[in-house]
Design a protein around this ligand. Sequence first.
Ligand code: BG6
Length: 503
Amino acid sequence: MTVTTENVPTSLSVEPTADLALPACDFTVFGATGDLALRKLLPGLYQRERDRNLHPDTRIIGVSRSPLDDEGYRELVSHALFEHVAPDHLEAGAVHRLVSRLHHLELDATTGEGWHRLHHLIKEGADGREEPRTTVFYLAVHSDLFGPICDRLEDLGVVSERSRVVLEKPIGSDLASSRVVNDAVGRVFAESQIFRIDHYLGKESVQNLLVTRFANTFLEPIWNSRWVDHVQITVAETLGVEKRGDYYDRSGALRDMVQNHLLQMLCLVAMEPPTYVGGDAHDSVRDEKLKVLRALRPLKGVDVDRDTVRGQYVSYGTELGHPSTTETYVALRAEVQNWRWAGVPFYLRTGKRMAAQTSTIEVVFKEPPHGMFPAAHGTSTPNRLTLRMQPDEGMQLHLTTKHPGPGGIRLHPASLDLSYATAFDERCPDAYERLLLDVMRGIPTLFMRRDEVEAAWGWVEPILARWDEVGIEPVRYHPGTDGPASARTLLGREGRSWIEPGR
Ligand code: BG6
C-alpha cells in the first residue's frame, strides 16, 4: 500500500519555504579545507546557489592553515563539488557562481598570524554599503578553538549585532568542558547569536516527526504510556572511523552520537506539543526538548552496568594503529520520567561498521487488550510506526490486516508506506542545506540552546564516569554484524527485541 501526497501534509518545513529571502552575508568558514567543509558545507551551499537562494552579494570566506590563495581554494572546492554532489545536480553555471563567491585566507587560529587579512576582507566588504552585511562565522574546528577564535574576532572588531557564530559538535567532552567553551563563546556572542548545530535536526524526516505528531490528530491520543510499549532509536553506520581516528578515539560513540543526535531525536519523540512552531517562537520547541532532557531518569552506578552496552568492532585498533578502549557502539535503555511516558523504555543504539546503514525511530504500540482471533487465524503483530531518516527517508505504519480470500479470516501483517522519494517530486535536501539557510536567516529553532547541550552532557556524564570507574571494556563485535550480543539481551530480558530494517 502506498500513501499518496494527498494524504499527507505538503509543507514539511518548520518555516514556510517561500520565506527564503536571504540577506547579503559574509559567510566565513573556519576549517575550510576540512572534511566537513568539503563534504557537507560547500556542497550544501552549492545546492542553495543552484536554487538561487543566496543573495548576489554573499561571499564565502574559507579560513584554514593551508597555504592557498583564492584561486587554489576555488580549484579545491570545484573538485570537492564534483566528488560530493550527484552528477545530475552539477550545473556549470551554478558551480561557476558559487566558486566566484569564494575567498581563502591562510590563518592560524592559535597564533596571531593572518588575522589582519580577515579583518581587511570583512571591512572591505562593508565599505560603502548602506545596509550592513550579516556576518556568519562557522567554526568547523575543534571546540578548544572556539573561545580563542571568538576572542580574536572581537579584537578585530568584526563582531556586530548582525553577526552569528555556528558551533559544530561536540561542544566540549563533558559538562565542565562544555561550560568552559560556552562561557568563552558567550563572552563575545549573545545566546541569540549562537547557533549550535546538530545536523540531525536538519534532516527532513526528523522535522517531519514534528509535523506528523502535531499537524495531525490521530496520533496524539495514543502517544503515551497507555498505548506505546516502547521506542527504539537506531543510528547504524557501515563505515568505520575512516580518517577521523584521532578525533573519534578521544570521543567514542556515546559522546559522538548519543549525547547529541540520538538524544535530540528522543526529545522530538517524547516532548509535549510546543505552543507554536515558526515565526518568532524560536524557543517554543527548545523549551519542550529541554523538559524531556531534564526528565530522563539518571543512569548512575550499577544502573549503568545493567542498562548500557559498550562495544568496539574487532578491527578498530588495527585501523587506528594502536589498541584502544574507546567504544564504537553503544546501546542503552533510557526512561522519561513524566506522566506521559512513565514506564516506557526508550532503547537507543548506535554503532560503526554495522550490517546496514540505517537511521530509524520505531514507536512500537501495545498488543490489543483482548485477543479475539483464534490462533489458527494467525497472529497479530503489534502496530508500529517507523520513521526512516536514512536510507529512503519516509515512514511506515505497520498494521495487521485480513489476507484476502473467501475461506475465512487470516491475519496478515501489512504496512502503509510513505517514501519521500516517490511521494514528492522534490529532492530531499541534505540536512546542512536547511540549517545553513536558517543561520543566514537567523532562525535558531533547529539549533541547540546552551541549556539543552548542558542537560544532555549532564545525563551522559555519569555513564562515562561509571565506565571509567569500573573500567568497563567494550565488548568486541564483528564488522558487518548487528553489534554485541549483550545488546540483544538488553531488550531480550524484557521480552523485546531490536527491529532490524528489512528483516
Ligand atoms: C556525525 C558524527 O555527527 O554524524 C559521525 O560525528 C557520524 O561520526 C555522523 O558518522 C553520522 O551522520 P549521518 O547524517 O551520516 O547519519
